[in-house]
Design a protein around this ligand. Structure first.
Ligand code: ZN
Ligand code: ZN
Length: 195
């Protein structure tokens, strides 16, 4: 940032924000309205207008980035990546609240989706409430061991990324933690003895 804001750069930023926030036709109308207004104003007034509206549209851009987009029907018709059920949800491995709408997603059926959130809440957030539910699901043996294994693997991959960034305590990645929270060794033994 310089002490003397460059009007051309500010106007460009303003128009880029407008084009990001609005659909093309509306964006061009708004930009034309700004161009008309600028013609009758002094340079000081133009700068003031730019600064004020840049703030305003930046807030809009932030809100837009935080909005999850609606899944396409092709996405909904994608089988669950964990268990193969034919329709699925789009689950954000990087949560939208922290990272905004992003491409780090996996398609999961409703049950696997819920289980993934439960497992993550148990392992990363140490939620007792989720732990009861997750243990009930694991004990029921209604979800295939391969799907459970896959979901736990994704949880831990995300957690590893969070640990590397200093957002999560490292011990939550240990096998001991997995055992303590999900009775993981017992579960593995149980499913292996079934085969
Ligand atoms: Zn599934
Ligand atoms: Zn989700």
């Amino acid at each position: 940032m310089t002490d003397y804001p460059d009007e051309k750069a500010l106007v460009e930023e303003l128009y880029a924000l407008i084009r990001y926030v609005y659909r093309r036709k509306l964006a061009e109308e708004i930009i034309r309205a700004f161009e008309d207004a600028f013609q009758t104003r002094s340079p000081e007034e133009r700068l003031a207008i730019c600064e004020q509206w840049i703030d305003f549209y930046r807030a809009h851009r932030y809100k837009k980035a935080m909005r999850r987009r609606r899944p396409t029907s092709r996405e909904r018709m994608t089988p669950c990546s964990a268990c193969g059920y034919p329709v699925s949800h789009r689950h954000h491995l990087w949560d939208v609240a922290t990272h905004g709408e992003n491409k780090v997603t996996v398609q999961l059926c409703a049950n696997c989706h819920e289980l993934h959130h439960l497992l993550y809440n148990v392992l990363a957030r140490d939620s007792e409430h989720s732990r009861k539910l997750a243990l009930t699901v694991l004990a029921s043996e209604r979800v295939s061991p391969q799907a459970v294994q896959q979901l736990v693997g994704w949880c831990r991959a995300i957690m590893r990324y969070e640990v590397e960034n200093g957002w999560l305590e490292g011990y939550k990645l240990s096998d001991q933690w997995l055992d303590e929270k999900l009775k993981w060794s017992d579960y593995r033994q149980r499913v292996e003895s079934r085969v």
